[in-house]
Ligand binder design. Sequence first.
Ligand SMILES: [Zn+2]
Length: 182
Amino acid sequence: MGKTCNRCGKRSMLEGSEHCGICLCEIIEKRAEKSLAGTSPTRKLAIASEEKFSLGCVAASFIVQNTSKHVKPRIIRLPDAERLAENGTTVLTAKCSDDAAIGLLQHFLSRDAGDKECHAINVLESITEKELELYAAIKRLKYAKAKKDSLKQGIQALQSRYPGTVEALARSSRKINELMKR
Ligand SMILES: [Zn+2]
């Protein structure tokens, strides 16, 4: 007996996922849509990214175009985000759960203050890198594969041993950020 999709019950499972490809894509798009809720689609949209063709950047741009119809976000450089946000552009960032998890750990390891938060909506905050990689493969998105540093490799090894680790760390990171904003 093969495993079946957790959502629709079909037998066509994706390797490394609890879902079939169709459900996984729908789930990812729904989560991104949720973080975009309240963003007017007529507003100017931009995705702030360190690297133009990173997985997050390519996936976020594709998902936004898919979910908020007719809106093609500009890709901008991270340092320009604050200025554009002040000029009325809705700025999105494309950091997945893994990035948030790593940011949290780095914060404790090196005591640096972390990224300077601008008023950006993180469109991929509740999506893991693994899920994004599967999404990109299904949608045939071309992106530049980045080298994974040892912290990221460590977190992803933990995640495959204890699924949910990345999501839990990312949630903690969000909570801490919210508390610090008060
Ligand atoms: Zn399914």
